[in-house]
Design a protein around this ligand. Structure first.
Ligand SMILES: Cc1cc2nc3c(=O)[nH]c(=O)nc-3n(C[C@H](O)[C@H](O)[C@H](O)COP(=O)(O)OP(=O)(O)OC[C@H]3O[C@@H](n4cnc5c(N)ncnc54)[C@H](O)[C@@H]3O)c2cc1C
Length: 446
């Protein structure tokens, strides 16, 4: 960790600027911001609401456009954050309030009770083996199961187990199984209060609720799934150990349709904007279908392909020419199940020929657009920040202040201010960190 110069320290001391930063959200954007700030010698509180950092990237199987294994790239970064002496990880925690101004914010955080002592738990999992309760695992979008005492995924960071008290039957078998005496069923929420000079919002996104498109069959037809469920299904650590099978009968699908722009570019559903990542992750997932079963048919139903990033056009071309992914220009209107054949039938208008068509598949993967987290407006309101009409954090200036909010000293990065892919989220994480450290160094409002 590079030492800060004497003059920098004097400048901040004179102005009474706190040397600490707060990052809210531990996805790729927030982790990048935290590391960049901490590597400059400042202290960072990283507040994450779920039991582990990692965000949505931890759920992905491969990443476009290189098809790198997502966990393989992410895991070293998770450990780097956890081991960094300048980063205080506050997982399973919520931001309660923020007051003050740039250079000296007062922050209150509630650290929810895990009922397992972080300093004692070694993450061995003996407790979980003994737990008799099984509930759907949120990390696998409910397709797999976890125990009432659990970690969501193998690389969970921290590796501390958490007891889900709503499901726990208080049999105390976990307590008896834990040699290190880490279980504390009487644990209470903790209230923390500290000062920070700058704040970064990195709260990411949620998926559009695809059940709102009733006619596409999600929630009614078992073999209509959404793209995140698909990511878990094809993942070796997922509920089917990476076997791409139909949920209805466990059979290997020979034909899969990927439906694009569901909850994106649709004014009737109040999501007029493009989600920027769906074309590419749709293509990635179609390529993965071919990797799993080269004889399978993979067809993408699209409005138009937006392959704008570095290496994206080439990836799109490769999907078509090397993997034989089919591209069908047309918006899917309906999916129904033919009760005679058991096949799923997509009703789609071929917009190149202006003709409606019915196409049969064994499985349909809906590619949902991205939306801001439900509680985002409430959280940023505590800081005096507004959201745009789409619900994302409003930035000060799209051109010259893309990571500045309208409140000095508070910055935003990743999908919290709009949909973006991993490289762009990480770039913004670094940009927001840079802006924050200007404040922490006594440089005034950035
Ligand atoms: C199906 C699908 C596949 C994708 N595949 C790819 C791909 O192959 N390549 C690629 O580049 N991109 C891909 N993406 C996009 C990628 O997921 C995002 O670019 C990336 O996850 C954005 O990172 P983030 O840190 O901004 O947000 P997130 O990953 O959403 O992380 C945000 C974090 O903030 C936490 N949080 C939220 N609210 C609060 C709060 N109030 N307090 C504390 N913590 C909070 C969340 O729990 C989460 O940990 C895909 C997206 C989807 C939907």
């Amino acid at each position: 960790m590079p030492a800060r110069t004497k003059s920098q320290k004097q400048a901040t001391a004179t102005k009474k600027v706190s040397q600490n930063a707060l990052v809210v959200g531990g996805g790729v954007a927030g982790m990048q911001a935290a590391l960049d700030i901490a590597n400059q010698g400042f202290k960072v509180y990283l507040v994450e609401k779920s039991p582990s950092i990692g965000g949505r990237m931890a759920m992905l199987d491969k990443t476009f456009p290189t098809l790198d294994c997502s966990a393989c790239i992410l895991t070293p970064r998770l450990s780097e954050v956890a081991r960094h002496p300048g980063i205080k990880l506050l997982t399973y925690s919520d931001l309660e309030s923020v007051s003050g101004k740039a250079g000296s914010f007062r922050v209150r955080v509630i650290k929810r009770a895990r009922y397992v002592k972080e300093e004692l738990c070694a993450g061995c999992g003996e407790c979980s083996k003994e737990c008799p309760v099984e509930v759907p695992n949120e990390f696998d979008w409910g397709l797999g199961f976890r125990k009432a005492i659990y970690v969501g995924f193998p690389q969970s960071t921290p590796s501390t187990y958490t007891i889900d008290m709503e499901s726990c039957i208080k049999c105390k078998r976990c307590e008896r199984a834990c040699e290190r005496k880490a279980i504390d069923l009487e644990m209470e929420d903790e209230r923390l209060e500290f000062d920070v000079g700058a704040i970064i919002i990195a709260t990411g996104y949620r998926l559009f609720d695809v059940a709102r498109y009733y006619r596409l069959g999600y929630g009614r037809i078992p073999d209509v799934i959404h793209a995140m469920e698909y990511e878990r299904l094809i993942n070796a650590a997922g509920p089917t150990h990476g076997h791409l099978v139909r949920l209805s009968d466990g059979r290997i699908p020979q034909s899969i349709g990927f439906v694009q722009c569901v909850g994106a570019r649709d004014v009737t559903k109040d999501v007029p904007y493009c989600s920027r990542v769906c074309c590419m992750y749709g293509i990635k997932n179609a390529v993965m279908a071919k990797e799993h079963n080269p004889d399978a048919d993979a067809t993408i139903y699209y409005a138009d392909i937006r392959a704008f990033g570095k290496g994206f056009e080439e990836f799109y071309e490769m999907a078509r020419s090397r993997f034989g992914v089919k591209f069908f220009r047309g918006r899917a209107a309906e999916v129904r199940r033919d009760s005679r054949t058991g096949k799923l039938v997509v009703r789609v208008e071929d917009t190149e020929k202006a003709q409606p068509q019915d196409v049969e598949h064994d499985m349909i993967v809906i590619c949902p657009g991205i939306q801001p987290p439900e509680d985002l407006a409430k959280i940023v309101e505590k800081m005096g920040i507004s959201v745009t009409t789409d619900g994302y954090v409003d930035v000060a200036n799209r051109y010259f202040g893309p990571v500045d909010t309208k409140v000095p000293g508070i910055f935003v990065c990743g999908c919290a201010d709009g949909p973006k892919d991993i490289p762009d989220s990480v770039t913004e994480g670094s940009a927001a960190a840079m802006k924050a450290t200007i404040i922490l160094s006594g440089g005034g409002a950035a």
